[in-house]
Design a protein around this ligand. Structure first.
Ligand code: CA2
Length: 145
């Protein structure tokens, strides 16, 4: 089983600013946690971070036929991008959407996610633990289907 973990714009700045919202740990720690969770559960994983919408679309397309499941935090593109959910739908790879913060408890514009309708599950407001939950949920989802 092979997963692709995608992080969108500015998440590479984790731990540098806004620790009250996104926590004190940095992006490297998040990636290490995802890799450790996958390895402990017999999952191969690739990670990808980009600040560019089209690059994320390209990475999703490149996953076609090669990746079993996607965990994605589209960051700000959650609320603006139609191209990212279109790409996820096009490749048909089961996807879990994850957000560090609770997007429903912040500004109004964060409440709308264009990605949620194409995801098998959305997890938000659980910080780094949300990524662990997403990986474990996706594994169970794929084993059942
Ligand atoms: O809660 C999340 O995970 C978000 O996807 C994070 C995005 C935000 O636009 C979404 O509404 C919710 C922002 C990521 C920016 O990350 C930063 C990291 C360090 C300092 C400032 C921003």
């Amino acid at each position: 089983m092979k997963f692709l973990i995608i992080n969108g714009p500015n998440l590479n700045f984790l731990g540098i600013r806004e620790p009250e919202i996104y926590g004190k740990r940095d992006f490297g720690a998040l990636i290490a946690l995802c890799e450790q969770t996958c390895s402990e559960n017999g999952i191969e994983c690739e990670t990808y971070q980009s600040n560019h919408e089209g690059d994320i679309v390209d990475r999703i397309q490149a996953a076609y036929g090669k990746i079993d499941g996607i965990v994605i935090n589209p960051a700000a593109y959650t609320h603006t991008s139609v191209a990212i959910p279109d790409a996820l739908k096009a490749v048909g790879i089961p996807t879990v959407e994850v957000h560090l913060s609770d997007i429903n408890a912040r500004e109004e514009f964060r409440r709308r996610s264009f990605v949620s309708p194409v995801a098998v599950k959305t997890i938000c407001g659980k910080g780094f633990d949300g990524y662990v939950e997403a990986i474990l949920y996706l594994k169970e989802y794929l084993e059942k289907s």
